[in-house]
Design a protein around this ligand. Structure first.
Ligand SMILES: [Zn+2]
Length: 521
């Protein structure tokens, strides 16, 4: 028969709290039902809720190490501790002494929340002082603790129920399964994207699939039913904690419904890792970050990567160069190393949380603008539709009265056609959905974490670069920070000299090379 220590607490500040007697009565009843033996009872009458001012509580914790009882029973868990940090700390102490905490009113299953709390606590105690940990936990997203979706848009394949839990959207889940299966079968991104788009599958935002959306999906562990929560998102002083980032994910098995199996997911991760190594090797020869984005403003042709080794010292020189023969176009080539480096940094700057928030609000302004004019357009179409509908109704009534003329029937057919057209148009007309910062916050992490000189990084960077127009003395960088929701372009004009000065030391070196070159000839 398990031995039980009962703990009751009455707080005079809480009007609704049961008296100590009432708590003990309920606990005695509970022990009788479960055939538990009550060996001791601890009670505190505390004004303050902090555990430090509760002598009997401290005594009970101390006694738990003496093997006097196997279970600590409370009437309600908030009697044990109302402070989440204390609760976790003391529960851990009990656990260490092989004593279980039970509650009369709450079922003490190993809920995702309690598992996560323990994980957080263990992870953090190495890095935080007690007070800091307490603060962090207070600030931690309550919704995430209950495996609730925290961001704006749920991942493809899922919808949110009224409690913000992820539920499977069967239609979209199918696309997810196709993506994983095709990738595991050895198909490349392009093939998969073509297949999806050809079969009418759409991204969560109703867009065509692109490489970047695919990459996201193939990396998302949620699809195996593991709810992943980013601990680093718990902020202490508004900044992310660097220590927490090292080990920043809490994973809850079964925290959300699975769409694909673990085996398939693991297989895909292996292929991805292998591809990464391969592309790294393949591109180690020369990697052009901005391939396809540069346009020669003199002749209108594309500018393409060019690599040569010049001078006696065979200095490597990589550039973007106009594809038209030099005799036909006098535009100058542009140093590839400088431009690539500058654009990568520029994008990173734009993705910093502060700037990202600005971009999000700009996008939403556009969305609002579109949606407000949409209303008028939508009303117009709807009005036309109603008019057609009315005319059709009139004709139907006439026919019912026995009026048949060729004209009337012809008119009816015309109207039917028109109605169908308007119906389609109404159906296709859609409001744009605004985005929230949380939808795009991952982009900055991605920018930091993606390995440079890889296909993935190029795809990532290129989604923000619409084009770069190059002229003999300057060039325009046209960024698009619309996140695929709207087009939000912003041209930045830059003199070639500015770019070259940024990499000053290299310029000097190059000048030296040029001098050598002249000496050569
Ligand atoms: Zn040209």
């Amino acid at each position: 028969m398990p031995k039980v220590a009962q703990y009751a607490r009455f707080s005079s500040d809480n009007q609704r709290s049961e008296s100590i007697d009432a708590q003990i009565r309920a606990m005695n009843q509970f022990c009788k039902q479960n055939h538990w033996q009550v060996v001791s009872t601890y009670t505190d009458e505390a004004r303050s809720a902090t555990t430090d001012n509760r002598p009997q509580f401290q005594q009970m914790i101390a006694d738990s190490g003496k093997g006097l009882f196997d279970i600590v029973l409370v009437h309600k868990l908030d009697r044990f501790s109302r402070d989440r940090y204390d609760s976790a700390i003391y529960k851990k102490k009990l656990k260490k002494n092989h004593v279980k905490l039970c509650s009369v009113l709450e079922r003490m299953d190993d809920s995702p929340e309690s598992i996560m709390m323990e994980a957080v606590l263990e992870g953090m105690s190495e890095y935080y002082s007690k007070n800091l940990a307490r603060e962090v936990m207070k600030g931690m997203n309550e919704t995430a603790l209950q495996c609730k979706h925290t961001g704006g848009c749920p991942p493809l394949g899922y919808d949110l129920d009224e409690n913000r839990h992820l539920v499977i959207n069967e239609q979209e889940a199918q696309a997810v399964r196709i993506i994983f299966q095709m990738f595991a079968d050895g198909h490349g991104y392009t093939t998969i994207i073509d297949y999806l788009n050809a079969h009418g599958y759409k991204t969560k935002r109703g867009k065509m699939f692109g490489k970047n959306s695919l990459y996201e999906i193939l990396s998302n562990e949620k699809y195996t039913g593991v709810f992943v929560f980013n601990k680093a998102a718990a902020k202490t002083d508004g900044k992310r904690n660097n220590h927490a980032q090292k080990d920043s994910y809490i994973r809850i098995e079964g925290g959300c419904p699975a769409i694909i199996g673990k085996k398939l997911f693991a297989q895909v991760q292996r292929i991805k890792a292998k591809n990464k190594r391969n592309t790294g090797r393949y591109h180690s020869k020369e990697f052009y970050l901005l391939t396809g984005k540069l346009v020669c403003d003199v002749c209108g042709k594309r500018m393409i990567g060019n690599l040569r080794f010049s001078g006696r010292s065979k200095t490597r020189l990589a550039t973007y160069r106009c594809n038209t023969h030099r005799a036909m176009c006098n535009n100058k080539e542009l140093n590839k190393d400088y431009l690539d480096a500058y654009i990568a940094v520029l994008i990173g700057e734009r993705l910093k949380p502060k700037n990202l928030r600005k971009a999000v609000s700009k996008v939403n302004q556009q969305v609002q603008k579109f949606n407000s004019s949409y209303d008028k357009y939508h009303t117009d179409v709807l009005q036309q539709y109603n008019e057609v509908q009315d005319s059709l109704a009139n004709i139907t009534r006439a026919i019912e009265k026995g009026i048949f003329t060729d004209d009337l029937l012809q008119r009816a057919e015309q109207l039917e056609n028109e109605k169908a057209k308007l119906e389609t148009r109404l159906h296709e007309l859609k409001l744009l959905e605004p985005i929230v910062y949380e939808d795009v916050a991952y982009l900055y992490t991605q920018w930091r974490e993606l390995k440079r000189n890889t296909e993935e990084f190029r795809t990532f960077i290129q989604q923000f670069v619409k084009a770069i127009h190059v002229r003999p003395y300057d060039f325009d960088i046209v960024l698009d920070m619309g996140f695929g929701v709207v087009e939000l372009t912003e041209p930045i004009t830059m003199r070639r000299g500015e770019l070259y000065e940024m990499f000053d030391s290299k310029v000097k070196e190059q000048k030296r090379c040029l001098k050598n070159q002249k000496a050569d000839t």
